[in-house]
Design a protein around this ligand. Structure first.
Ligand code: UGA
Length: 477
């Protein structure tokens, strides 16, 4: 909304939230979220045509277009628990809009990521309130990524607007196209049906996550064979049909969207009685869980099968660099697994506040007593590493690449282990300093002889699909 306000000075943008503390923060120079470049954009428009308020009635009544931007977390109760999106906030907002709009016409835009056909649910809610007003419902999903949000918004690959097919629906689409046309070339604004738009959002995130799970699956093979996952992704990504982006192996994807949206897609497929499709997408999430588990198990295995009472420095807790967001961060799972093994953790992240780390660990079931005993939060990477047995890179913050690793090595217990979950460090240099280095997708054991290639693979039921003979089977080239 801040970018719309900055790019369209003649449009008045009002951001309404129930939470007074959050609105106060938006009206200050300490914004409630960290996002590079956001403060500059906000200050450019705030007070001119961008306003933050808790006044619900005025903001809804005055608006021609209302963007619903509430959260739609995965349901933690009842039907669809653990997979379906919880739409209670969407429903609440739709009801309030209808109740407060007594006449005229308003455009309601689904900005939150929602399940397919949510638009018709909103239509049903607003139609049942009994107001004289009329409504158009549009789907306008967001594709920005955290950390690069401002540049993604200034220069989007595409803007997607889905609307209803009738004349009123098409006019509503045009109105929103006119807003984005202030700075987005018309050919990058795609207009579709509402359902295509809703599904495209889930599908786009599922495809992105699938690429990460695919390269992470390859990383497991690399570790066993001596292949190097960075080399493999470069070779794969050079194919113009595939492209180089989203092929960076890691300790697993995090963030509020990928897992949630895939599970949402899985739930949709189950409801549509498409179990094979549901299973296919569910494996993307399972592979991600496997990657996280593999990483923490490798730490324990490498450190002589025990980390109990050992000091482990955790560098980074956010789900990616340049954000303070920790939602679904792989760091949470890895720290949880290490705490289960009674490791002492020293955690440092440049942007994540201490209480957030504490909340995240409690959320996955670590008792506050355990956290108090075993976790210390540090104010620098060097401090987190002092006296530690191992350091683990969990987030790819740039500052970790340029640490004084010689000084860090000197300050650590020996053997000093490095576990690079983001493949950002110079491993050769670290080895020459004396570190024992483990990283995702690089040889764990050098394979001296190809003998094992000729051994029978262990029989894992269901692990592979047996080839089916067809009458067209011919010898391979
Ligand atoms: C993602 C999508 O990229 C956006 O297009 C989408 O709008 C957004 O979700 C959303 O639905 O709101 P975001 O979660 O902010 O954006 O961040 P990403 O850059 O996609 O990274 C997600 C996770 O994947 C991070 O943990 C990141 O470290 C990891 N990742 C990403 C990898 O492990 N390897 C890669 O090659 C790329």
């Amino acid at each position: 909304m801040s970018v719309i306000a900055a790019k369209c000075p003649e449009i008045r943008v009002t951001v309404f939230d129930l939470n007074q503390a959050r609105i106060n923060a938006w009206n200050s120079d300490s914004l409630p979220i960290y996002e590079p470049g956001l403060l500059e954009v906000v200050t450019q428009a705030r007070g001119r045509n961008l306003f933050f308020t808790t006044n619900e009635v005025d903001s809804i009544c005055a608006a021609d277009i209302i963007f619903i931007s509430v959260n739609t977390p995965t349901k933690t109760y009842g039907v669809g628990k653990g997979r379906a999106a919880d739409l209670k906030y969407i429903e609440m907002v739709a009801r309030r809009i209808a109740e407060l709009t007594v006449s005229g016409h308003k455009i309601i835009v689904e900005k939150s990521t929602v399940p397919v056909r949510c638009c018709s649910a909103i239509r049903k809610i607003v139609s049942s309130v009994g107001t004289q007003a009329t409504f158009s419902i549009l789907s306008n999903p967001e594709f920005l990524a955290e950390g690069t949000a401002i540049s993604d918004l200034f220069n989007p690959d595409r803007v997607l607007i889905g609307g209803e097919d009738d004349e009123v629906g098409q006019a509503a689409i045009q109105k929103l196209v006119d807003v984005y046309s202030h700075w987005v070339p018309r050919e990058r604004i795609i207009t579709t049906s509402v359902w295509s738009s809703e599904l495209s959002k889930l599908a786009a995130n599922a495809f992105l996550a699938q690429r990460i799970s695919s390269i992470n699956a390859i990383s497991a093979i690399c570790e066993e064979t001596g292949a190097d996952v960075d080399e493999v992704s470069r070779a794969i990504g050079a194919d113009g049909r595939l492209g180089p982006k989203f092929l960076k192996a890691s300790v697993g994807f995090g963030g509020s969207c990928f897992q949630k949206d895939i599970l949402n897609l899985v739930y949709l497929c189950e409801c549509l009685n498409l179990p094979e499709v549901a299973h296919y997408w569910n494996e993307v999430v399972k592979m991600n869980d496997y990657q996280r588990k593999r990483f923490s198990e490798n730490i324990v295995k490498t450190m002589f099968d025990t980390v109990s009472d050992k000091l482990i420095a955790i560098l980074g807790f956010a789900f990616k660099k340049d954000t303070g967001d920790t939602r679904e961060s792989s760091a949470i799972n890895v720290c949880g697994a290490l705490l289960e093994e009674c490791a002492n953790l020293r955690i440092y992240d440049p942007k994540v506040p201490a209480n957030q780390i504490q909340d995240d660990l409690e959320y996955i079931g670590c008792s506050s007593d355990k956290i108090k005993r075993l976790v210390t939060l540090q104010s620098s990477a060097a401090e987190a590493c002092r006296g530690a047995h191992a350091l683990c890179v969990m987030t790819e913050w740039d500052e970790f690449k340029t640490l004084d690793f010689q000084a860090i090595y000197d300050s650590m217990k020996k053997p000093a282990f490095v576990f690079d979950g983001r493949l950002i460090l110079n491993h050769e240099q670290l080895r020459s300093i004396g570190f024992e280095v483990f990283c995702i997708g690089k040889a764990r054991v050098r394979v001296e002889s190809p003998a094992f290639f000729f051994n029978e693979p262990p029989k894992t039921p269901g692990a592979t699909v047996s080839p089916t003979k067809s009458k067209n089977d011919s010898p391979k080239k």
